[in-house]
Design a protein around this ligand. Sequence first.
Ligand code: MG
Length: 480
Amino acid sequence: MSRGLLWWSRSSGVPRGYDPLVAGRGFDAPPEKGRQGAKRTLEGGTRSGSPSKLALIVRKQNMRKSEENFPVFRKRRYVVHVDLDAFFASVEVLLNPELKGKPLVVGGLPHERGVASTCSYEARKYGVHSGMPLRQCYKLCPRAVFVRGNYHLYQAFSEKFFRLLHEYTPDVEEASLDEAYLEFTRCRHLYSSFSEVAKEIKCRVEKELGLGVSVGAASNKILAKLATKKAKPGGFFELQPGEEEEFLRELDISEIPGIGPKAQVMLRLLNVHKIADLWKLQLGTLRSLFGVMGDELYLLSRGMDCRSLAVEGKPKSFSREATFLQDIWDRDLLLAHLAYLCDRLALTLRQEKYYARVIEVKARYSDFKTVSRRRVLSLPVQETNRIYRLAEELFLELWEGSRLALRLVGVKGSELVEARHLSLFEIYSEREERLSQALDRVRGKYGFNALLTVREKMLSGVYDEDRGRGFILKTASLTR
Ligand SMILES: [Mg+2]
């Protein structure tokens, strides 16, 4: 099937004009024959009208491949998935070789709240995994070394990692701090061998960053990601065309992205454990179980993924948030956090040269209820003071009167614009803008914490300080 015939429908997650029962039947389903097959509807009924022209083309292509019972795209894509192994833990080991070979948990100390961001492979042997509460990690593996981690440091490594990847192809999707998809379809003529270039990337990452990396190569994103999983830790695996069915057959359903714990329970009740079991379920059954996600599941379980890479475009928003070491009730301390987060957000907006048209404040209470308030502005902002004044107003609106302490605050700037047009009818003062520029100049020379407001200075007693980078609030997740 020509890839040009398919394009991804954002609403349903399924290629438009694509009839899965025609093009991607379960591998164990009997092949359809002639027009009778074409008349079947998704639910197994019959269509009164003739099949669409597109469906006929799709079926014609599929008939050619009927002996394989696997939909193969005629124009092969070349997608490589690169994933750093136990990223945060590996960076810690690199900086402190004494940790090598020891179970290591990054994310906080054992008595602290919060979850593990990354665990070394030695810790994983004890059942510890990312996202697990730190106290539980300690119960499972009291021998483990616990470190809070340094997000800025990981980000520096991540930036180097992506700079290296961008040398090979312009089509790079930065999926998270330590994970990327690269597509070589457009520039395949530049390389003599697809797998050689994937191996070269792996070697260079290991040599230049000193970190372990796993690489998977296949014809689309889902297959490349699954290939990487097979290659972990530290390996390379290329899935050749025609091997997809055998590769997928024995994998557990939990391997498919999007199948969460609840969906797994539902499927296991239906005696669906392996991906091959999933192929036996009709599309209608999956739809009744999971709604529109059922369509996606149907396709992904067959290794069919037409999504193109989300190559970096214009950002949609920037946000900063902090989960406190302990729930906070003190108003001044909460405002100190908010001021610091606004300061960081404003700096990012200026560095990236954007103005935010919407400012949103988020708060999470000690009972985990999350609330937010947002304001749409007629004049987009990037100045620290302007953002803080708005954020403070929004925050006090949502927090005052509450009897609960807070465990998190955050601030977000969205609806970004690259330039703002001043209104003729509004009074505008350049003072804030010049003040922010002066602030950036001083911080550029002496570090972020060289200039803090009195309110922000309150955090000095709460968090460790890195003069250049600011307060070390909490280890961020791998999500970008
Ligand atoms: Mg990783």
